[in-house]
Ligand binder design. Structure first.
Ligand SMILES: Cc1cc2nc3c(=O)[nH]c(=O)nc-3n(C[C@H](O)[C@H](O)[C@H](O)COP(=O)(O)OP(=O)(O)OC[C@H]3O[C@@H](n4cnc5c(N)ncnc54)[C@H](O)[C@@H]3O)c2cc1C
Length: 366
């Protein structure tokens, strides 16, 4: 992975500047077998642990944040399905077979009217039963990885029933299209465009799961999100430390790495990263060592990890830019990209205010 991360870093600036989707990175991830690592062993994967997945995701993000967040959804969703086996086994098996051959999957849950699906809004996308098929209509926003997805997991309100379902929709289905709307200054290479569904017909069994909007379970796989932002922060720290060791203005002897105020910032970055890594990886190991019942008790700590690591990462990038000074604002400088990318973490689930509320509730009820 080190070798791929170096290549990703070399391409990151172009991807960001032009808002291009990182096709080459994705192709290399597929060819290296990375995209099937979370498949269960019996279906041709490696069944890697959450801890292993996060270590790898952090490394990918050191190279390119957009690539890491994009592939993280795919890796995490497959891991979650492998652990929980909530889908009918034949469907899951078929998806695994396709993933083994390079297919990619992501969930398209966000809509303009609902905002973040974690808030509990009911999808405006609808599913209507017509004999043995479902007819799905709607529009999803923020569909990361859309330029290369083979499967979309689409949440839709089921007409004439007060229920919401997740529908598995292959890209090749008639009526599926992508509208290229993604123009974000952060994570610009994630291809998080709109997914448009016009009279999309899928089999009855493609309703893979009924869901309750906003119901918060314990989802270890979502830790791919903080792992991504931690990777970006790690890259920022490396850049800033290297800069501090090399930059030698003629007002001083030696480099700025010997100046107390710069050392203070470098030490603070190190402390933030240490705290973030310990929290993230100890909880990941706890997840790996827990049984299904124990995992259901981990929702609060998983949310807390996301909040702490993401905000810690934002702080690290900020400190790195203070070390480097105004050069960090140059378009050629990776720090300005890290600065924009790392902030996207605030808007990935779960959101900070919801986490704080859960923690407050737990503390008060105790
Ligand atoms: C880089 C990136 C990649 C993404 N990839 C995907 C993806 O692959 N699939 C996908 O489905 N989604 C994806 N998303 C979307 C993401 O999950 C959120 O849906 C999206 O960021 C909108 O969240 P929000 O908090 O800004 O929006 P909103 O929920 O609209 O919130 C906007 C503001 O209103 C407040 N607010 C809104 N409703 C409430 C409420 N009920 N209670 C309290 N406060 C409220 C929020 O606190 C916030 O301040 C992605 C987002 C980003 C940034």
């Amino acid at each position: 992975m080190d070798h791929l991360a170096v290549k990703f870093r070399e391409r990151a600036n172009d991807i960001d500047e032009e808002g291009k989707f990182p096709f080459a990175n994705m192709k290399e991830l597929k060819e290296s077998g990375y995209t099937s690592l979370t498949l269960p062993k019996e279906y041709g994967g490696s069944g890697i642990s959450l801890y292993e997945l996060l270590r790898l995701q952090e490394k990918v993000a050191e190279g390119d944040g957009s690539t890491a967040l994009s592939i993280g959804w795919h890796m995490g969703i497959i891991k979650n399905l492998s652990e929980k086996r909530i889908w009918k086994e034949e469907i899951f098996h078929e998806v695994c077979e396709q993933v083994r051959q390079g297919a990619l999957i992501n969930s398209a849950a966000s809509e303009a009217q609902t905002g973040s699906p974690t808030r509990g809004g009911k999808p405006q996308t609808t599913a209507r039963k017509d004999g043995d098929v479902w007819i799905i209509n709607g529009r999803k926003i923020f569909t990361t990885l859309s330029p290369m997805l083979d499967y979309f997991i689409v949440s839709a309100s089921i007409e004439e029933q007060d229920e919401v379902g997740n529908f598995l929709i292959p890209r090749s289905t008639q009526g599926v299209s992508i509208e290229e709307t993604w123009d974000s200054v952060a994570m610009s290479g994630t291809g998080s465009h709109d997914l448009v569904l016009e009279n999309v017909r899928v089999e009855a069994e493609n309703l893979v799961e009924k869901i309750v909007p906003g119901k918060k379970g314990a989802n270890g796989w979502l830790l791919h999100i903080p792992a991504c932002y931690l990777g970006i922060a790690g890259a920022a720290q490396k850049y800033a430390v290297q800069f501090a060791k090399e930059y030698s203005p003629n007002s001083i002897q030696g480099s700025i790495s010997e100046i107390p105020s710069v050392r203070q910032k470098i030490g603070e970055m190190e402390l933030e990263l240490m705290k973030a890594r310990h929290f993230l990886y100890s909880v990941a190991k706890q997840w790996d060592a827990s049984n299904e019942e124990e995992r259901t008790q981990m929702a609060a700590v998983l949310s807390a990890v996301k909040l702490a690591v993401t905000n810690g990462s934002i702080k690290v990038v900020d400190l790195a830019m203070r070390v480097v000074g105004a050069r960090s604002l140059s378009r050629q400088n990776p720090l300005q990209r890290y600065y924009r990318d790392v902030r996207a973490g605030l808007h990935n689930p779960p959101m900070d205010d919801m986490t704080i509320e859960i923690l407050a509730k737990n503390a008060i009820s105790r």
